[in-house]
Design a protein around this ligand. Structure first.
Ligand code: CTP
Ligand code: MG
Length: 170
């Protein structure tokens, strides 16, 4: 499988995951409510604007990719665009799921948690499953996605921190 194709598939996922740092703010996604354990459901790090902004940013970028380049996992540009929306939604759901788990484990918002690195990708891939050709999930591709993300996630976070976009370097 062409590496370019794999990278183009990842773009909406990475964009969706990074956009909330810039687009986020305002009302918390959990509206400030607590879970049964008395701690916040998600915490103040997950905002409605960040969630919607992430989904929109990933979808828009995926839409441009669909216009420019036909990926082999999809039957056509429209399916590819819909898949960009689905993986962006999966990315933001995975991001929120990570925060939900962190709060249950009593890890404060913004503190590091190793699943943060890949959970968004895993949930995005699971969401995509009904919409793509199963060739996407061959072991080489999945290992490539995981390895690249494990390398890129800390790197982009450190850069976002250096440029003042993110409070912490992780
Ligand atoms: N963000 C947001 N809305 C989201 C996700 C992220 O507004 N749905 C913004 C917040 O400003 C957040 C920043 O992006 O602080 C970094 O995101 P992330 O690292 O995912 O959140 P944390 O602050 O680390 O919170 P948590 O511990 O819950 O992951
Ligand atoms: Mg964080």
């Amino acid at each position: 499988m062409d590496i370019l194709v794999l990278l183009l598939f990842l773009i909406p996922i990475y964009i969706a995951n990074s956009a909330p740092v810039i687009l986020g703010g305002g009302k918390a996604l959990d509206l400030g409510t607590n879970f049964l354990d008395g701690r916040r459901i998600l915490g103040n790090g997950k905002t409605i604007r960040g969630f919607i902004g992430g989904v929109l940013a990933g979808t828009v970028f995926g839409g441009f990719v669909a216009l420019a380049y036909q990926l082999p996992f999809f039957t056509g540009p429209f399916e590819q665009f819909i898949a960009a929306f689905i993986v962006s939604l999966g990315t933001m759901t995975g991001d929120s799921l990570g925060s939900f788990l962190k709060r249950r484990l009593n890890i404060e918002s913004g503190k590091p948690f190793w699943p943060d690195t890949i959970l968004f990708l895993i949930v995005a891939l699971l969401f995509a499953f009904p919409f793509v050709n199963s060739a996407l999930y061959q072991p080489f591709n999945v290992i490539f996605f995981l390895m690249l993300t494990i390398v890129m996630h800390p790197l982009t976070n450190a850069l976002a921190n250096k440029f003042g976009l993110k409070k912490v370097p992780w």
